[in-house]
Design a protein around this ligand. Sequence first.
Ligand SMILES: [Zn+2]
Length: 564
Amino acid sequence: MSLSVSRSLSLAVSIVALAFAGSAPARPAKAPPIPVVKVPVIQEDTLKTVTRVLSSDAFEGRGPGTPGEDKSIAYIIQRFKDAGLQPGNNGSWLQDVPIVEITARNSSGLAVNAGGQVLRFNDGADFVAASYRVVDHTGLKDAPLVFVGYGINAPELGWNDYAGLDMKGKIAVILVNDPDYANETEEGLFKGRRMTYYGRWTYKFEEAARQGAAGALVIHDTFPAAYGWQVVNSSWTGAQTYVARAGGAMDQTAANGWVQKGVAEAIFKASGHDLSALTAAAGQKGFKAVPLGATASLSFDNAIRRSTSHNVIGIQPGRKRPGEYVLYTAHWDHLGRCTPDNSGDDICNGAIDNATGVGALVALAEANVKTGAADRSQVFLAVTLEESGLLGSEWYARNPVYPLARTVGGVNMDGVGPGSPSRDVQVTGGDKSELTRYLAAAMRAMKLYQTPEDHAERGHYYRSDHFSMAKQGVPMFAVGRGSDWVRGGKAAGEAAADDYVQHRYHQPSDQYDPTWDWSGAVQEVQLYYRLGRMLAMTTDWPNWHKTDEFRAVRDASLAEAGKK
Ligand SMILES: [Zn+2]
């Protein structure tokens, strides 16, 4: 789980997606009324048992491709069967997820020829780089450097930093975050202090590849990046894991990476430019990219390792419109064996992250089977490799068992923490789509109020599995229990979240505790049941709001599916 700390211990994220059913009529002018949903009893024992079993030492922290994986998927399949689901992938409970691991070695270091001098920078200390392409060797020689500002191409906002540029054979030098990140409020073309996807480093490399660049280097700066260089250095050193892509990912740049801010300043200065002046210019609409008049060379070898992990998938077929789908997801994987703590314990058990989410997934399946089939089909998907970059959900979104243009709704659960029920809910990502109407109905029914998202500037919406579906256009919504706990108020909720983040997040100490209070988690699963079941019973097709960054890809996928 990416660390989206909602102030309560429940770091749950609910995802609601919508799509068109195969034969569904065009969307009615007026949205149909929201179905009334009666919530059955949510089995607290299911939440407890699934969490206890999956986070036990026997499962060794559920590392993908390890014996822990075999045990985890076998257990989840058994629980899906016991819940009354049917195999969700053409008679199978599994979807293979082919992955490639690429480890860079023998780096040449980065050499920059600028203003008649050669500047040399060291791997790790000054820059990091990796290849997304599945090739044995990566080499860029004397590639021209082009400063492209924030490297954004946002047609819906009339913004294109690559306008008129031919990036073939060149390296894009890119600022992190988006042009108005420094705003105090969420006002601004790029939603001010709230990070948009255009601000995420993953977007920068995707857009540079779309522009045909030979390489892309993001300039690290702690405040706009929202983390220090050590995070960049540690996560970019060693094996990098990707889902297998057609053609060995040759559509990607030859090399992506980051440079320290001081390194960028030295390169700009040596080539007669001023980074801070150009950064200011890059924040203005109409900014024109600047060829730096410098070139860079870099090379390294790649050790390639291929393997396969698995998504687990079950389905409850719909009664009236079985060709329309609600999608519930939770990642089953965790870190496996990790850095031992002082006691020598090296198993990152991942109880909160995310055995609880899988527990919620099973409890939702049980509850829906007990209620009986909904009008639409409901798909329960336990994805792998979330901790390696949302890879299992990315693979599903690129290779959906059920077409995304027919996928109606869904709930993603990542960290459904124990503790008290709360009076509030928190929405990650803000009001992005017409799904908000459904959340409002659920909040009314549960007498809950909404609190603003903590740390909107950190882009947490883009760091959990729902995002993989959103990127392919499926409208996604994220909500979790807030910090205003019924028992103990905000103080208790915030204290619990801080304790988790500081003492257990991604550590061996994220372990099951038999004394945990599950009433808050039950409340959260009741919320997800309502959201999913409402979508499974409506004929509505909520979409992203017109100005949202994912609206265009959704409309395109619906048009392609001939539904629009
Ligand atoms: Zn997680």
